[in-house]
Ligand binder design. Structure first.
Ligand code: PEP
Ligand code: MG
Length: 758
């Protein structure tokens, strides 16, 4: 292309004429490649479009053999063109044949060309095809040539998605095909419903404009609105309602004022695009340039820029509201790349059935809220947002970590059965809620729920649990935008206690660090955060933080019993130090004439192996203990609980683990200290059965597990199981899952509530 700045405008004018021409789309594609070749002074310009099977078909060419059109097909990922489509990245090289992916197709006659520039044709993040130019001379294409090809690829994308081309082209077929995705379970459950995109896609209808002055005015107005909205979000005191973190907003503000970005937008407008098309082109351009950079920092920045660009697009196109505010179907399955916990709470919970996220794992804040709301949720699902459309049918099987988009009728039938079965079981469990959890041989078991947000509390009555065995206070801190003040904490604890009525709640003091991150708290980058500055270690180093929380809890519990539990206690001195700080707060309360709790009970979590060897010293100093089997497993087996490669490698029914649990239970009994277990294993019927066999009589779990675990208890003879366990623990090694499952089977103990293979 000549390097004069008039070239983009000429190209744009020609393209506009071609697009406006009546007639066959194929004729338009032919005219486009001819024009590109002419204006870019390229000997070849070719256009490949994706077929539904992922292959790429040569659809138009200037310069290659015409007979190859519609006859040359490249398999998924084949050749340079396949590579561009697969990676959605441009390739710009002076010697195509030296590239390891070069694939020679004799029918095209392309062996004489050396330099090669190829660009993906993208729409809404999906690759629809590839456009290429080639030259005999060895050269690397210049920036303005890349930009010209980008603009062309946007127009071709528009032509494809407008539905005018052969309906076998991927643009249309892709949207109707049924697809299967895998991810990780972040909140148990199965849901059938309809897709709602958390951030509705902005579709541009006008790409070209011959009035750049008007487009610049629109851009200026749009930028002004964008900047004001970011300033307002930053200024908002209640930042958490916006679901944003201050740092991200600060970054947005910087980008929104970035002159480089604005200049690129103006250049794109000058080349003949509308303001919105200019935003999309600059975004595509940045994506293409930044994609090869796999650095996490850059990936994050790219997301910030994309979010900002999308906000600007929404402003320019207008009328696209966020999904939370629009009317939702009753069976909404929400899909998002990522989402803040507070944003999820903006949706009407009664309409939500499921949630699928591309980026969040089970430890994320939004996952915690999804569990609290009791909706099926899956995280780490690649590339779903760009493939789904609002209104699509979708099945989410969170338990299996599977998503079926636009499922076939067989899948829908099978899942409808599964959901019906699930619902029938839930009804049965609901009927059990007022029944005592007493085993066949008369053992009374206390079943409690784990909670962490106010939205969890209604589950207490619905499940018929005896109280909250673990209230994770850090969850409130995790979804906030800054440290909650004493008064805010007190208000929440009071509301939680009120909601629980007379039932006891065990409040665990702040357990942050490890996988629980407070976005507003600076933590130095630790090599092994799970073993690092976390939980009680951190709060003892920050006594102000600890005392504020204790003060809020003491005041909120006036006239009631306050159960206070310390996480991750590793040695006696930590308990003694924490007790001293608690005592200071009790004195403060008395001195200032505040009414405190009627009784204060202090307990610790048993989740670090070292504490198990100090039980004789520590048990006389506590009122209760609770075994945190999640962390205890992690530390005992040296297996990171958040790392999917190792987390499931060791069985919680391993004999060694059961022996360790037994030791704690026996010691606690000997010291007359009540003992509970509140890790995830308590909520699994076979595991909780084993816990009863070891002598435990109190367990705490997620609310959805109360029903299945109670059913197990009602069908169990605990004495018989205990005798059996004494025997197998003496004779077996490794995991005791198989003999325990066999015991359950032979004695009709209900341990597999949801077993239904499809
Ligand atoms: C545990 O470690 O088992 C536990 C209950 O605490 P958390 O999962 O919050 O670490
Ligand atoms: Mg723990």
């Amino acid at each position: 292309m000549s390097s004069t700045s008039a070239a983009p405008r000429i190209l744009m004018r020609r393209l506009r004429e071609i697009m406006a021409r009546p007639g066959e789309p194929q004729a338009r594609l032919d005219a486009i490649v001819t024009q590109i070749a002419l204006i870019m002074v390229a000997e070849v310009c070719s256009l490949y479009l994706r077929r539904p099977d992922g292959s790429l078909e040569l659809f138009a060419t200037e310069g290659l053999n015409k007979e190859a059109v519609h006859n040359t097909h490249l398999a998924r990922g084949e050749g340079l063109v396949g590579l561009i489509a697969e990676r959605a990245e441009l390739i710009n090289i002076h010697e195509a044949q030296d590239h390891p992916s070069f694939s020679y197709r004799p029918e095209t006659g392309e062996e004489v060309y050396h330099s090669f520039l190829g660009m993906p044709i993208m729409r809404g993040g999906r690759t629809l095809g590839v456009i290429t130019v080639q030259n005999q001379a060895r050269k690397v294409y210049a920036d303005e040539e890349i930009e010209a090809l980008e603009t062309t690829s946007m127009l071709v994308a528009e032509l494809i998605t407008s539905g005018e081309l052969d309906d076998g082209v991927a643009g249309m077929a892709d949207r109707t095909q049924s697809r299967h995705f895998s991810g990780t379970n972040i909140s148990n459950g199965i849901a059938l419903g309809h897709v709602v995109l958390h951030e509705p896609r902005v579709m541009i209808s006008e790409f070209l404009s011959d009035d750049p002055a008007n487009e610049n005015e629109r851009l200026d107005a749009g930028l002004e609105t964008l900047r004001t909205s970011i300033d307002q979000m930053l200024a908002k005191a209640e930042l958490q309602r916006a679901g944003e973190h201050k740092e991200v907003l600060e970054a947005y503000r910087l980008f929104a004022h970035d002159q480089g970005w604005v200049n690129r937008l103006r250049q794109a407008i000058a080349s003949g695009l509308t303001a919105e098309a200019a935003v999309e082109r600059v975004q595509n351009d940045m994506r293409a340039r930044m994609l090869p950079n796999k650095d996490r920092y850059w990936a994050e920045r790219m997301k910030d820029i994309e979010d900002l660009g999308n906000r600007l697009l929404r402003i320019l196109v207008g009328g696209v509201e966020t999904a939370a505010l629009s009317s939702l179907p009753d069976d909404t399955i929400l899909i998002a790349r990522t989402m803040g916990a507070a944003e999820l709470l903006d949706y009407a919970p009664e309409k939500l059935r499921g949630l699928v996220l591309e980026e969040s794992g089970a430890a994320s804040h939004v996952a915690i809220v999804a569990r609290a709301l009791g909706i099926a949720a899956i995280g780490e699902v690649d590339n779903l947002v760009n493939r789904a459309d609002t209104g699509d049918d979708i099945v989410v099987d969170a338990t299996a970590g599977e998503v079926f988009l636009r499922p076939t009728s067989d899948v829908i039938d099978a899942y409808s059965d599964k959901v019906r079965f699930h619902a029938a079981k839930q009804k049965q469990y609901f009927k059990l809620r007022n029944k005592d959890a007493v085993s066949l041989d008369g053992e009374q078991i206390s079943l409690k729920i784990n909670a962490g947000l106010l939205v969890d509390l209604p589950h207490l009555a619905q499940s018929g649990a005896d109280g909250v065995g673990l209230y994770r206070t850090e969850l409130q801190f995790m979804i906030a935008a800054k440290f909650p003040r004493m008064s805010e904490q007190k208000e929440i604890y009071q509301a939680v206690l009120d909601a629980a009525g007379d039932l006891p709640i065990v409040f665990r003091t702040l357990d942050v660090g490890g996988d629980k991150i407070l976005p507003y708290m600076r933590m130095s980058g630790e090599q092994n955060p799970a073993l690092g500055w976390r939980a009680v270690r951190m709060t003892l180093d920050r006594p102000g933080l600890f005392r504020t929380q204790v003060r809020a809890l003491l005041q909120a519990s006036k006239g009631k019993t306050l159960y206070l539990m310390l996480p991750m206690v590793t040695q006696l001195s930590e308990l003694i130090e924490a007790r001293k700080l608690i005592r200071l707060e009790e004195n403060f309360l008395a001195k200032h004439g505040h009414e405190g709790p009627k009784q204060l009970k202090i307990g610790i979590m048993i989740e670090v192996p070292a504490i198990i060897y100090q039980l004789d010293e520590i048990l006389p100093l506590v009122d209760f203990v609770s075994i945190g089997s999640n962390d205890l497993m992690q530390f005992l087996f040296a297996a990171d609980r958040t790392n999917t490669n190792v987390a499931d490698r060791y069985d919680s029914l391993h004999r060694v683990f059961l022996q360790v649990l037994q030791k704690v239970i026996t010691k606690a009994e000997a010291h007359n200290v009540p003992v509970t277990l509140c890790g995830e294993m308590a909520g699994k019927p076979l595991e909780s059965m084993a816990l009863l066999g070891l002598g435990l009589r109190s367990i705490s779990m997620s609310p959805a597990s109360i029903g299945p675990v109670k059913s197990m208890i009602l069908s169990l003879d605990v004495k018989k199981l205990s005798d059996f366990m004494v025997e197998i623990m003496a004779t077996h090694s490794g995991s005791l899952r198989a003999p325990l499952a066999e015991f359950a089977h032979e004695n009709n103990v209900e341990v597999e509530p949801f077993k239904l293979d499809i």
